[in-house]
Ligand binder design. Sequence first.
Ligand SMILES: CC(=O)SCCNC(=O)CCNC(=O)[C@H](O)C(C)(C)COP(=O)(O)OP(=O)(O)OC[C@H]1O[C@@H](n2cnc3c(N)ncnc32)[C@H](O)[C@@H]1OP(=O)(O)O
Ligand SMILES: O=CC(=O)O
Length: 866
Amino acid sequence: MAREKTLFFQIFFSYHVTDPRYLVSFLMLQIGYEFDFKREADAMERIGYFLKDNNKRSPVLVPRVRGDIVTRRVLVMEYMDGIPIMNLGDEIAKRGINPRGKIAAAAKQNILGSLTMAYGQMILKSGFFHADPHPGNILVCKGSEVALLDYGQVKDLPDALRLGYANLILAIADKDPKRASESFRELGIDTLSHCENEEQEMFRLAETMFDTKLPPGVTMLQPFSEESSIKKIAVQSFPEELFSVLRTVHLLRGLSVGLGINYSCAEQWRPFAEEALYSAGRLKEEGDSFREIRKSTAVNLGAGNRDNKMDMSYDVPDGVDVRGRYDPEFEGILTRDALQFVADLQRGFRNHVKYAMDCRREAKTRYNDGASPRFDPATLFIRESEWSCAAVPPAVADRRVEITGPVERKMIINALNSGAKVFMADFEDALSPSWENLMRGQMNLKDAVGGTITFDDRARNRVYKLNEDKDKDKVAKLFVRPRGWHLPESHVFIDGEPATGCLVDFGLYFFHNYATFRETQGAGFGPFFYLPKMEHSREAKIWNRVFEWAEKRVGIDEGTIRATVLIETLPAVFQMDEILYELRDHSVGLNCGRWDYIFSYVKTFQNHPDRILPDRGLVGMNQQFMKSYSDLLIRTCHRRGVHAMGGMAAQIPIKDDPEANKAALGLVRKDKLREAKAGHDGTWAAHPGLIPACNEIFTAHMGEAPNQIQSATREEAASLTVEDLLQRPSGVRTMEGLRLNTRVGIQYLAAWLTGTGSVPLYNLMEDAATAEISRVQNWQWLRYGVELDGTGVRVNADLFRGVVEEEMARIEREVGKERFRKGMYGEARKIFTRQCTARSLDDFMTLDAYNSIVVHYPRDATSPKL
Ligand SMILES: CC(=O)SCCNC(=O)CCNC(=O)[C@H](O)C(C)(C)COP(=O)(O)OP(=O)(O)OC[C@H]1O[C@@H](n2cnc3c(N)ncnc32)[C@H](O)[C@@H]1OP(=O)(O)O
Ligand SMILES: O=CC(=O)O
């Protein structure tokens, strides 16, 4: 902070050294103001009202004044209970909080975010602002709320300067040197530049003076170094009124340095600058690009602006902190009541989830020490006794073809219209869980359940909407797959911790849709869910309790929410009866999540050199461990009276090669025929183009019967042994296998990092589960230095480095230079390589990659790393 003050005075002197009267009059004026308490009280009230009027909740606390007893010499105001921001470090230490941990980072972001928001609004929207954010004037109160004290130094910017400054903020945020130069002129900042690249230097000067962001690695600016813009450009005149802005920005920068958060206030203030210029008629709403800018910022120029309000934050209940970008469109999802519902869920179940994750870690240690998953003797009675799950709801008795896909608007409409019986709308493996994707996904589902969803594809002049006769069963029934228990939602903090991702997905979807869903889709049942990646029945028990809790909370009949559990981890195959038992009142079957299952095989046996997989392409349903798993699942489900769903063939239609397309479709048909014959009640399709074939095969096999629950008992599967279930898949390991894993893994991650969670690659569907196989298989081959068949070559770090290099070059050739340059391939390569070469295998690649897509408000504030 002291450094920032020095910098401010250095700049001050450099501009006014020729006329010391400036400094004397400036100081006299400020000192006079400091001792006029009546003026101070008025300023405090004016700013307090302004911030309250323009926000649902003021970003900072402004003390209330006891106006009746204020005089020029006496100021009486509300007592603010907090600690000075200078003591924040001590307080964090005193409370035993890790100063570099997530909680401390979250608190600091909150503090700086609140101050930035308040100052942006005051300076740019009102022009009347508190001009003294030095640390002594900032208190940190309960829940990281910030109180702003001491209104002795306030500034009332003339409109011309306020708008000129708004223009400069946009120039800095947009990195537009031309606009910055124009703004300088507009503000009356004259320079005497004789340097070569004058416009660029002016822009650097603008950034140095009016933005908080420091260049990478710099913690202190050196304004008078030979390289500095101030040296290169002599500032001849500078409007005195702007000094308070300059000083405020520099104090904010000092705070940000102190808090360890390097961020750009110009970027954060862009919406306020736009609002100011827009209201003054200087910025026109022109076409899509302007709307896009508005969408991507936190400003509310939409409905909320009609009454001239600018709501910049969600209305949250106590203990809830939404760190994701504010968007007025998301407000319909993030209502106070919905957030309260999610917070109550989180509070009720967080300890159960933590315990379950601890148990996962313990089991992992056992497997790493040589044990294998097995049936649990303690739950023999569940496996051996006769019991059934609750009857299948009539609305979903027939599930012969289910389509899956991310919660993307057009795909939701296409999937619901596709002719499939069910659409599994995915917040999990097919979705990259960015804030935007999650919130838009919730909005899309709400519209889908309400039957109002439409999508206007202007480029193709096509409007998408739901099939007209939805009452005639032409619209697929919706199942929603929330994320797995392990994934956090780092844009929503509850009581200082990131929320559990699946509780946010479930909570928001359930809260907004349960009533309509039950009326229009579920015939009194629902909503319906798919539950992923569980390893043990204790995790199913948590879900069961969540369902009971939700039913009770909203007053619907117990046992009417229904869920299908994906059996997609190796330990879970030994827990199928137990999982159904825990969910017996809420179950509607199990599903063979084959891709995650393969991934889990490698993960579970990561320390078992005798379990190394062949090429990924060879690990199909014909391998003994895969076939046995599907057979046992069918037997288990049918014995308990629920659906045994098949899985996903990876082939998708191939548009430009009829022969290849025929072959791909042939493989899908073969896979579906195997499933139907084995006794599955239905299957998954990745693409609408596969639905007719899947339908035809299941219908040919099942006829008019809605399922095979009664007819395909598969009693003989009871004799399957542990060895059948664990048998290592056979086949060769090849250089091409290693290469394919590498280019698929990197391309998938590159797509995921840019917001796409399922992609077609080499004519196959790729999502997080299939990409995980590529990752863990490379890791396994590297870890054990496997010999590639027919070459005598062993996989090692050098070989892998070369493969990565060559495959990156191939990807660049395939996708084209331009797309490659603009994409996230470099970052994806880094993550994928790190994951494949790590000493110990990370549980999930997406946990690591998630750090790259979490964006907290304010943007660029450091996000807690997982
Ligand atoms: C292992 C697991 O967890 S499996 C479950 C998770 N994975 C999934 O759900 C994958 C779902 N499938 C998909 O995402 C896509 O089909 C992909 C990425 C595999 C292929 O996508 P694309 O190559 O873009 O498909 P393509 O161009 O052939 O699409 C043609 C049309 O079908 C639509 N479409 C494709 N797949 C789907 C789908 N799953 N649901 C709804 N519509 C779809 C497209 O939107 C497009 O519509 P349009 O003609 O109106 O524009
Ligand atoms: O989630 C499905 C899978 O196959 O994995």
